[in-house]
Design a protein around this ligand. Structure first.
Ligand code: ZN
Length: 474
């Protein structure tokens, strides 16, 4: 047979090739083999009718969290169920992903940014340059494609933050930043500072929508300020998500105060005391929730169930607040510059193991609302993300591209079929046991050669992240 799979009669949306029509997609091995209006059934081993469904290049989630050993691979399952084929884990640890990806990977392609914060890689908020050089090189050697600073939750000094930017850039790693230092916070001031500290070098600013919560100015003004900053900063790549809930660590320090600054702000924002007692009260009245493994997935739990779980785990659990403004989410997802280019490059989930994998379930309503075309949505959830990482064979359905595809029902937003490199990974919620692939740079590949983990080597020099957006001809 000429082809392995033939998907018949779906709406094919492929912005890279300017295609949006009802037709057929054929797959041979791990590649897209043919895309056209009528491919004969006799040419394929398996013919699958997908009329009424949409077929797109696999979703690339540019910001999520997968590595949580306690949940036994739930993050991979939740991502594949949401139609994601490639994901950037925005925290690591890379060592956990390396242990999990073959067993639990669900076929996903995963790149990892390794987080640096006091207690992980460094001792305190103001590490020396030598200390940073050592730890950043260790992380990049272990297979992470880059480094993440979680400044909003665990701020470092501006000096340390600057040094991490510099060293990561020097070592040609990918630099992800949840903004905020000891001088600013997870807000517009943090964004302004981040752009200054980047000195025009490449930087990925995480979940832009999260800095427009009205902590400094009116939230609409904050949105405008951030959009204006990003329009003027071609060295910055960014993504925003559409979820209502945030996610923070529920740990409490020796003084009875929540460790995460984002959690402190979330309590303050709704008039709760910034303390262990304040958090307990917020959990009791179901303003805050806890996320916990329930069955094969992580779910939000509330009230007494949440309080008990939080206490049983000595507060070391994930906490969420419904604090992301809907208007910010919508503007960040759809705002354009004068040339018509999107100001924020991608729509991510910030989900994975956090139950907010709503790229399609919240993205498709934007299409229905005519705020985006379906093709533009695919641009923001697959095509541009592929370029951010320099994944040349992904993000499009050209002949010879990787057969990473997501097929979904546009009416109920449910993902029906996910193929990754031609392998069936999920059908109607049933997940097939395929090993995942770790996306690494050549440096990581050299070190990981002896381990039995499938690898995909990228060249970040070719990425939108490294090249910046100034010379982009769209
Ligand atoms: Zn995150």
């Amino acid at each position: 047979m000429k082809y392995d799979f033939l998907f018949k009669g779906g709406r094919i949306v492929d912005p890279a090739n300017d295609k949006d029509f009802i037709g057929d997609v054929a797959i041979k091995g791990d590649k897209i083999a043919e895309v056209s209006k009528g491919i004969s059934n006799y040419l394929a081993e398996q013919v699958i009718n997908i009329s009424g469904k949409v077929i797109i290049p696999g979703i690339i989630d540019t910001h999520c969290h997968i590595a949580r050993p306690a949940v036994k691979g739930a993050g991979y399952r939740m991502l594949i169920n949401a139609g994601v084929t490639t994901a950037i884990d925005f925290e690591g640890p890379i060592e956990v992903i390396k242990q999990e990806i073959v067993k639990y990977g669900c076929g996903l392609n995963v790149a990892v940014l390794e987080a640096v914060y006091p207690g992980k890689g460094i001792k305190n908020k103001n590490p020396t340059r030598a200390e940073l050089e050592k730890v950043i090189n260790e992380f990049l050697d272990s297979g992470a494609i880059g480094i993440k600073i979680i400044g909003g939750h665990y701020p470092l000094t501006p000096e340390a933050t600057y040094n991490i930017f510099q060293i990561t850039h020097q070592e040609k790693g990918y630099m992800g930043f949840h903004v905020g230092t000891t001088e600013t916070g997870s807000n517009i001031q943090g964004v302004e500072e981040a752009v200054k500290l980047s000195e025009g070098k490449p930087l990925h600013i995480a979940h832009v929508n999260a800095y427009c919560r009205g902590y400094i100015e009116d939230p609409l003004l904050e949105l405008k300020i951030i959009m204006d900053i990003l329009k003027k900063s071609p060295n910055i790549v960014s993504e925003s998500h559409l979820a209502l809930h945030n996610g923070c660590y529920g740990g409490i320090n020796g003084n009875g105060i929540p460790m995460s600054y984002v959690l402190r702000n979330s309590l303050k924002a709704n008039g709760y005391q910034v303390s262990k007692e304040g958090l307990e009260e917020a959990l009791r009245v179901k303003y805050a929730g806890v996320y916990a493994l329930r069955g094969s997935k992580v779910k939000y739990i509330y009230g007494d169930e949440a309080i008990n779980y939080w206490k049983e785990h000595e507060y070391k659990v994930g906490i969420c607040f419904p604090i992301n403004r809907r208007r910010s989410a919508q503007v960040c997802a759809t705002e354009r510059d004068k040339k018509g280019n999107f100001v924020v490059d991608a729509i991510s989930s910030d989900g994975g193991v956090i139950p907010r994998n709503c790229i399609l379930s919240h993205g498709l309503p934007l299409v229905r609302f005519c705020a985006l075309t379906l093709s533009e949505l695919v641009q923001k959830i697959s095509l541009t993300p592929s370029r951010m990482l320099g994944l040349k064979n992904k993000g499009h359905l050209s002949i010879g591209a990787d057969a990473d595809i997501t097929i979904f029902d546009p009416d109920d937003t449910k993902v029906e079929i996910v193929l990754i490199k031609g392998k069936v990974c999920m059908v109607s919620g049933i997940i097939f046991n395929n090993p995942g692939t770790l996306i690494v740079t050549q440096r990581g590949a050299n070190k990981l050669k002896k381990q039995e983990i499938p690898l995909e080597v990228i060249s970040l020099e070719e990425s939108l992240y490294f090249k910046g957006k100034r010379d982009e001809s769209k």
